[in-house]
Design a protein around this ligand. Sequence first.
Ligand SMILES: *Cc1c(COP(=O)(O)O)cnc(C)c1O
Length: 381
Amino acid sequence: MPDLTLDTILAAALEGPGPVVPPIVQTSLFTYPDYAAFEARMTGCDSAPIYTRVGNPTVAAFEALMAQAEEGAAAVGFASGMAAISGTVLAFVRPGDRIACVEHVYPDAYRFFEQMLRPWGVEITYHPVAAFAEDPEVLRGARLAYLESPTSVMFQTVDLARVAERARAQGVLTVIDNSWATPVVQQPLGLGIDVVLHSASKYISGHSDTVAGVVVARAELIAQIRALTLPLLGAKLAPFEAFLLTRGLRTLAVRMRAHEATAGLFVDRLAGVKGVRAVHAPGANTVPGLTGRSGLLSVEFDGSVDIPRLCDGLRIFRLGVSWGGFESLCYPARAGLAAGPTANAAHRFGVPSGLVRLSLGLEGAEDLWADFTQAVSAARG
Ligand SMILES: *Cc1c(COP(=O)(O)O)cnc(C)c1O
C-alpha cells in the first residue's frame, strides 16, 4: 500500500485480523519440533526466533513499525539510546578511523567518543553542524559523520540533503540522531542520510516510562549491526519495552502536533519577555527537510534573570534531565556546567550559563505559559 500518510502508518492495524496489539512474548528462548528444523535454524536457512538477545516477536513488531515510520528497509531495537549509538558506531568504525562529529552532540555520546573510542585508537573531530554542508575538510578522509540536526541544547541545524550528498561523494557513512525531530517532522533517510537512530526514551515512548533505542537504515547496514554489536555487546531491547514503544508510536503524530502547537505559542511570545536574549527553537523550513518543530527548545536569559530562582519558582514545569514525555521539564544549563569540565561537551563548545532548556509537554499551553512567565518575573531584579 504505497503513499499512506505517517499518521496512518503509525495508527492503522495493518497486520490483519487477530489481536490489534502485538502480544508480549516474554520468553528467553524458542524451541523446535525436530532435528531438521533446529539445524535449519542454526545454519541460517530459516529466520524463526531462536533467543531473545538476537530476536523476539514483540521487538520485531516495534522494529517493523519504526522502519516504516522512518521509511527505511530495516530497524533494530536497543536497550537504550546510548546502546543504539555505541552499537551503531562500533559496527562501522575501526582503530585508525576518524569520526567527524557535530559540536553540541548529546553529552554521553561525547563521553563515549572521548573516554572509550579515543583510547581505542579512533580519532574524533568536532565541527559546527553548518560546516558539514560547507567545509570540504570536515568529511575528507573520515569514516563516519556523526550528526545531530538540531544539535542538543543549542538546536543548531544543517541542510541534511547537502551533507548526505557530500558524504556520499567522499565515501563517508552518515549517521544522525533524530530523537528531537522524530519521523513526524524530519525523515533523514529520504534526504540521503545512511543511518537514523533514536533515543526511544524520548518522543517515541512519549510517556517517560521507558529507556530504549532504535536504529533504522538500509538492509545491509542493519544486517551488520545484527551480526556484530547487537548479539556481541548484547544490549538488546526487551519485549516489554518494545510493547510500550509500539504503544507510544500509535500516538506519536498527534502528540508531536500538540507539542509543536505549544512550542509555537512559546516562540511567538518569548521574544517579548524582558531578560530573554535568544530563543533556540528551529521549526518548519529552518532548513530544507525540517517540516515542523518539536516541544524541545532553549531560552537564553541575560544577567537580569536569576536562573536558580526561576527554576525554584516553577509550579507545573518539573526540574529534570531527559525530555519528550507528557510532562513539561526545565533543564538549566548552569547545573550541568557546575558539574565541572571533565569530558563535558558543554564546557568545550560553550553553552551559556543563562540558558534553560524546556521540554514542553502535553499540559494546557496557556497554563504552561502562565507558569513560565510568573517564574521569570519573580526571578528578575
Ligand atoms: C537522551 C538522549 C540520548 C540517549 O538516550 P538514552 O535512551 O538515555 O540512552 C541520545 N541522544 C539524544 C539527543 C538524547 O537526548
